[in-house]
Design a protein around this ligand. Structure first.
Ligand SMILES: [Zn+2]
Ligand SMILES: [Zn+2]
Length: 386
């Protein structure tokens, strides 16, 4: 079938909205009508060539929600009409990582994600001239429709607004998982969140839900800090106006129990390291550009400080996406306030520019207004005052 999609033809080139051919789903795959897609910094990283060469032409978009339209042979548990959120690591359940229960690190999914193919090594997307187009993390939801592995389509409760459910599969599961599975925040512990964009805002909410005591949010954008406070931060530090390390240590003498970094830059990783107490771990959630190195004073390792990464929530993302979707449906997990802008397929490039500048929390591209359930605003307009 023919679909409209935002295509990245080469690094640093603006996305081009054009008509592509999408093949039908093969065995173990489903066709999804995309309702809405979140625009995430990882999309920008790939578009800017920060994640390696030769990954184009490609359709970006790895965070979204939609409705199943067709299932390929052998698919169980998914039927046309089912609302789903995308999970961009479909675990094989057989590799060394999966058998150790570390589904987010599935080696098979990782290799195919990097190659930009489906799990059989081929692509369902083609340019009008017949050339193959790579998938991005099996999802490629900056498009009207996409074909994904069945394990990448997670059923969510009917009635959940899909423009909000779109955030489940990256920002929400990544942020909540970093707090629950990587940092393992305990009741009353102090948490510092460095970077309050799309994922940082979910980290703040997850820390509150985990029962954290002090939650110190650090950013350079006062609007994002105000939003973080509304979502549960007890203190905020404007890193554009004061030295963030000194400010956090003044608030929590001796250092915080957990720092989570959601920017992906050597400087902010160092802030996370510098604000933790002896024996604590700084968790890096942000994706740094290729070649960037994080440096810490080696002598401080004597105090048993540690630095670790957290990828895609450090757990079983599909299971947690479903559970978090249930919490959203029950009104116990709010995400609409983190959506700063709504746009369409044509506005994703503009959203990339906002992310490069660090302005706004999350842009959601509404691909299909009829099923997304989003408020009616002009394309590109701010939804809330962020
Ligand atoms: Zn993402
Ligand atoms: Zn695996």
């Amino acid at each position: 079938m023919e679909i409209r999609a935002a295509v990245l033809h080469e690094a640093h080139a603006p996305l081009r909205v054009e008509t592509l051919t999408l093949d039908p789903p093969r065995a173990g795959e489903v066709l999804v009508r995309v309702a809405a897609a979140g625009v995430c910094h990882s999309d920008v990283r790939l578009a800017d060539g920060d994640l390696g060469d030769g990954r184009w032409p490609t359709v970006l978009g790895h965070e979204g929600a939609g409705v199943v339209e067709a299932a390929g042979p052998g698919v169980e548990g998914l039927a046309p009409g089912d609302p789903v959120a995308f999970c961009f690591v479909p675990p094989c359940r057989a590799c060394a990582a999966c058998t150790a229960g570390r589904f987010n690190l599935c080696e098979v999914a990782g290799a195919h994600a990097w190659a930009g193919t489906m799990l059989d090594g081929t692509t369902r997307l083609h340019l009008a001239d017949g050339r193959d187009v790579r998938h991005f993390n099996f999802v490629s939801c900056f498009a009207e429709r996409c074909v994904v592995p069945a394990a990448s389509a997670v059923p969510i409760p009917p009635g959940l607004p899909l423009w909000q459910a779109a955030l489940l599969g990256c920002a929400v599961v990544t942020g909540f998982g970093a707090v629950r599975n990587a940092a393992r925040v305990a009741i009353g512990e102090s948490v510092c969140v460095v970077g309050c964009g799309g994922i940082g805002q979910q980290i703040v909410a997850a820390a509150r839900m985990a029962g954290a005591g002090r939650i110190v949010a650090v950013d350079r954008d006062p609007a994002k800090l105000a939003l973080a406070r509304a979502r549960g931060a007890t203190d905020t530090v404007d890193a554009g106006a004061e030295d963030p390390v000194a400010a956090v240590l003044a608030l929590v003498p001796g250092g915080v129990d957990h720092a989570l970094e959601a920017v992906g830059s050597p400087a902010t990783i160092r802030v996370a390291w510098d604000v933790i107490r002896p024996g604590a771990t700084a968790v890096v959630v942000g994706i740094a550009p290729r070649g960037a190195e994080a440096r810490v004073p080696a002598l401080e390792l004597l105090s048993e400080k540690a630095l670790r990464g957290s990828y895609y929530g450090s757990g079983n993302a599909a299971v947690e996406i479903a559970r978090l979707g249930r919490l959203m449906a029950d009104g116990r997990l709010e995400v609409a306030d983190t959506v700063s802008h709504l746009t369409g397929l044509d506005g994703i490039e503009e959203a990339f520019e906002r992310l490069r500048r660090g302005s706004g929390a999350r842009t959601v591209a509404v691909l299909d207004p009829a099923i997304a359930g989003a408020p009616d605003v002009a394309p590109g307009a701010a939804v809330v005052a962020v």
